[in-house]
Design a protein around this ligand. Sequence first.
Ligand code: GLU
Length: 490
Amino acid sequence: MTRPLRVRIAPSPTGTVHLGLCRTALFNWAYARRFGGTFVLRIEDTDHDRNTQASQQAILDGLRWLGLDWDEGPEQGGPYEPYQQSERVERHLAWAEKLLASGHAYRDFSTPEQLDAWRAEQEGRKQRIAYRGADRDLDLAEAERRAAAGEEYAVRFRIPDGETTFEDLIRGQVTIPHHEIDDWVMVRRGAASPTYNFVVVCDDLDMHISHVFRGEEHLVNTPKQLLLYSALGEPAPEFAHLPLMLGTDRKKLSKRTGDTALGDYQAKGYPREAIFNFLALQGWALDGETDVFSREQFVERFDIRDVAKAGAVFDPDKFLWMAGEYLRGEKPEELAAHVKPFALEAGWMSAQELQERWPWFVRLVASVQERLALYSDLPHWVGHMFQPHAEVPYDPKAEKGARKRERRVELLTGFADALESGAIHGSPAQWAEQTKAWIEAQGAKIPDLFQPLRCALTGMAGGPDLFETLDLLGVPAALERIRAGAQRLA
Ligand code: GLU
């Protein structure tokens, strides 16, 4: 009998939204969308010391921003509520009782001192041996009597002899001999506090999860969890462990080689679709050639079985390149909407002014589109537009280039006069033609005017078409800049 397809992610809300979580979410989501399954979001918030509400909110906001909508989970609800692990503890403890009663788990009354002594012994050993609690063979009635008398204990899982073999959908057959696995703690000593390996199984069972796709770091946990399923007499889900995301130093992706949080990339102005596309490439490929593909193509083709085993190197240069590809493909109106927060942050004008000048702003953004890789690049290219005209800051390189042109003052002044008198008129394309003819008539070369003119108008050594910039500035403002330039560059 095939079970309904139900996948989930179970993030712990402890800190920023890591790209690894986003990638795991992406693959789970895509699998559910492609094969008509349900994508569940469960918050594993049992680590009270490290969880924060802010982190949980950031996860929900981040996943939504990426367009990874969950079918069941916080804020969304669903048939297996609550989706907040901390609210399911009663249920977990009931499962623990069941396992104690069936003998698959036992109470370990060892004191912290005894456990420390055992650990110290372990360190002295050449070969590690798995922990088997001294009380594992204690008579159940005796253990219950001691517990009732108030003696503290941990609940441990009784690892049977033998080995566990399972078929990982990415890695193939994985076998782990049981003598490598400790009788691990299901419920911590002294507090009714269940551990991850235990509750994840309870919740996955309760929520009828059919497939568990998660990071490779969890591979060591899977045999423990599989043994629990079989102890409970329940069918286990299918498992797949996604390859690690590596930094350019080939070590696990971390701050050493770049930003790791989704928020960092949002703040820098990476287009959403570029982030989505780039994450999809972390361990998966469309056809081995096509790097840029749409979300629809991804969903159409994604299969967990095609994910690579080898670690995926996260290449920041390629990411930046991809950001530019997406950004430059946007329609001007769309791009303007995406760069708007960066414009407001730069403080050039109020939200209302921006709204009033929206068509102009769209043209301004379009004029530099080819030069942007990230939304946050906008201020570099157009910031000068919002400076007082007579004081546009000159980039030293631009100024040096302008000063090399001996006839700069004369040509700037002459050009300003021609513009003011209407000798140069019409559209930006006509200005360009007329200006070139005018320069020739002065017996000068194009750069003799263009270099000082660009410096006077923008303060930059390079940039978009000069006459388009002039048009965006408007003739009066441009004249003010050119006349100031003639003085400043004298
Ligand atoms: N809370 C675990 C994590 O964030 C979940 C692992 C799992 O998917 O089982 O890594």
